[in-house]
Design a protein around this ligand. Sequence first.
Ligand code: NAD
Ligand code: USQ
Length: 382
Amino acid sequence: MRVLVVGGDGYCGWATALYLSNRGYEVAIVDNLIRRYWDIELGVDTLTPIAPIRERLQRWQEITGKVIPFYQGDIQDYSFVSRVFKEFSPEAVVHFGEQRSAPYSMIDREHAVMTQVNNIVGTLNILYAIKEITPDCHLVKLGTMGEYGTPNIDIEEGYITIEHNGRKDTLPYPKQPGSFYHLSKVHDSHNIHFACRIWGLRATDLNQGVVYGVLTEETGMDEILINRLDYDGVFGTALNRFCIQAAIGHPLTVYGRGGQTRGFLDIRDTVRCVELAVANPADPGQFRVFNQFTEQFNVLQLAEMVVKAAQTLGIKAEINHLPNPRVELEEHYYNAKNTKLIDLGLQPHYLSEALLDSLLNFAIKYQHRVDKKQILPKVTWR
Ligand code: NAD
Ligand code: USQ
């Protein structure tokens, strides 16, 4: 099957492109490398030294004999998108190619506008390219668990059945996202749902939780294939940040009380979930939503697990409750469903001492690359 991985130079996209290629899918990558530019804009860098995309792909070919064509361009440019669709004729598109940091989207008006235009226009162009060029192609779109927010009722997978004034319907689950970034995902979901309804497109929205970890079978094959691992206050995410902070002796940055609960998953499960969605496509006209996470934790629990794992490596880590730079509930009910991917065959890698050890050791190996000035959060929501 021909699979186009949009955003294939990024954290989830790179791991997924190699995983699918290794399993015999014919993969091509689209990316405009803007993420590497955003790092430069912010003066931050990944913990791991990532090679230029063409060098990465060359190495992959040398090791496996598999060729992954690379299309460099911006999916906001429809002439570029349509050229790629005509040339590659994808049977599935896995779309990771967005600005994905909540803090980045909250820096100021320019960054909020840029995030929403980039994400919503890019996705719309992909929807039009599918409709006009490859109408049977299945869109697998990366959404986020953050679309739902933290409601005081159970979170369903995309839809909820409601009885109102004696009538009953199954409707899109209410959305209460927590940043202009998370809002861009809500807008995308509405556009994709609409395109499925009016044009009969097939799509799966993967509402992914926070991803952790860095190694997958493929990215661990060679130093040149190494994946990115962000630790800074804008692009770094909770558990990855805590491990790197512990490794360099920085107090763990729990925002506020730390009762914020989220869904989490190992990057090895990200790649598998995407494959499951690709291998089991939605029907024409169907807009499926899968909640893509394997476990729920609150951030204080995660920090405590990292402190404990660090101790066994002889590192004394401590937790610092910082004033929360975000506007979010710090104590709340949270119970999200996540059975659809399990039903398709996902066998989760649950968070373990072994994974924390490996992340801590990874961070120790590259600790000389950490810029301590980039750890504390600088962007506030207010
Ligand atoms: P990333 O920033 O590492 O990768 C995104 C890639 O998309 C980058 O290589 C970037 O250059 C590319 N890109 C962005 N805009 C583009 C455009 N207009 N045209 C072409 N390429 C473009 O992000 P990630 O962590 O790999 O996340 C990938 C997707 O998964 C995102 O949509 C994100 O919202 C979603 N997601 C990520 C996480 C997580 O914890 N990392 C969790 C849930 C959902
Ligand atoms: N947090 C801390 N300390 C930190 C970093 C974060 O306490 O040092 C807290 C945040 O306040 C928040 C929670 O941890 O309550 C998660 O924050 P995060 O930065 O790890 O993740 P988030 O901003 O939600 O965004 C990440 C990805 C995004 C994806 C989202 C999935 O960057 O692309 O959509 O995870 S979800 O959280 O399910 O919406």
